[in-house]
Design a protein around this ligand. Structure first.
Ligand SMILES: [Cu+2]
Length: 333
């Protein structure tokens, strides 16, 4: 009996060492590189759990595999093996030990969770999820952008909204993910630690354009960030402003080159004859464009789904709509 136990334990130790080594070297291969201060806690927990899983897996599988070979039925053996009932020490320990492990893990996780979400920040960025783009607003600087540019070493509060369906804000290198939910304001805190270019992905299936709902994330030094802010002041020329707004709010569904996306192309829009789903027609003019933006469901263009979100005063001012119209007029065929 002692000899069996000894052999099984040796097998378990070998298995655990091998798996532990795999976790140790494989972590950086399978998990994207880490680029935020908050993510350090996430990785620490994850790594610890992987080691724990490797140890428990080795214990269970080690005994099982050993038993299959050591206690197999040999030629000439008859009948069934021995039945053993009740072993208080074993039963208490396999109940108590996992309980203590799980409670311990939840305590550490809770501590890290509240540390990651502690309410203090150096920079506020408002994120809007919209089918199928991301819009970033820097309220302290009066800037809106479709590219997310952030400085290293500053703790950023991302305040998130959705104008249509549920989306999810996810930069894998930052580790922390949060849904944007219509009617709710959600938030996360991130302190980027690594400069570079990353990809923000929508991690919630949100419609036909979900796969393209990405945004470029550029993490730069605080000095470069200041320089970027200075460049972002909104253009005063209406056509340029309109072009910028269209690329921010509309280009995910409307092309500028004649190709068909989720919505009709903007090329040659002004003056075009359109037919609606109810069979009526109209010629595109200022008033029609204005209405299409504020209340897209009023008239739905034939051959398209009525999925365009209405843009109220809170998202586009009358002046901004005028600028968009000024830009659309330049897109003649
Ligand atoms: Cu989405």
């Amino acid at each position: 009996m002692k000899q069996h136990l000894f052999r099984a334990i040796v097998l378990i130790l070998i298995l655990a060492t091998g798996l532990g080594y795999l976790v140790y070297t494989g972590f950086d291969v399978f998990v994207p590189r880490l680029a935020s201060a908050e993510g350090v806690r996430v990785d620490r927990l994850l790594r610890f759990q992987f080691f724990l899983i490797a140890a428990i897996f080795s214990l269970v599988v080690g005994f099982a595999v050993y038993a299959v070979f050591a206690f197999r039925r040999r030629p000439g053996e008859e009948g069934e093996g021995m039945y053993i009932h009740g072993h208080s020490v074993l039963e208490f320990s396999w109940t108590l030990v996992p309980l203590i492990i799980v409670l311990g893990l939840s305590a550490v996780t809770t501590r890290d969770f509240f540390w990651i979400r502690r309410p203090d920040h150096d920079l506020l960025i408002k994120v809007t999820g919209q089918q199928f783009t991301w819009i970033f607003e820097y309220p302290d600087y009066g800037i809106k952008s479709t590219e997310l540019v952030v400085p290293t070493g500053k703790r950023i509060k991302f305040e998130m909204r959705s104008v249509d369906v549920i989306h999810s804000f996810w930069v894998p290198e930052w580790r922390i993910k949060e849904d944007t939910v219509p009617g709710l304001t959600t938030y996360i805190y991130i302190t980027p630690t690594e400069e570079g270019t990353f990809k923000l992905r929508c991690a919630e299936l949100c419609g036909v354009g979900h796969a393209t709902m990405r945004a470029q994330v550029r993490v730069v030094s605080p000095e470069e960030f200041e320089a970027w802010l200075a460049e972002q002041a909104p253009p005063t020329d209406p056509v340029q402003l309109g072009q910028k707004l269209v690329s921010q709010y509309c280009a995910s569904c409307h092309s500028l080159d004649g190709s068909k996306k989720v919505g009709p192309t903007f090329l040659g829009l002004f003056g075009r004859e359109v037919t609606f789903t109810d069979g009526t027609t109209a010629t595109v003019d200022e008033a029609y464009i204005q209405e299409s933006i504020r209340d897209p469901r009023a008239k739905v263009v034939e051959g398209f789904q009525p999925i365009m979100p209405p843009f109220g005063e809170d998202r586009l001012s009358d002046e901004e709509i005028d600028a968009i119209i000024a830009f659309l007029k330049t897109l003649e065929k």
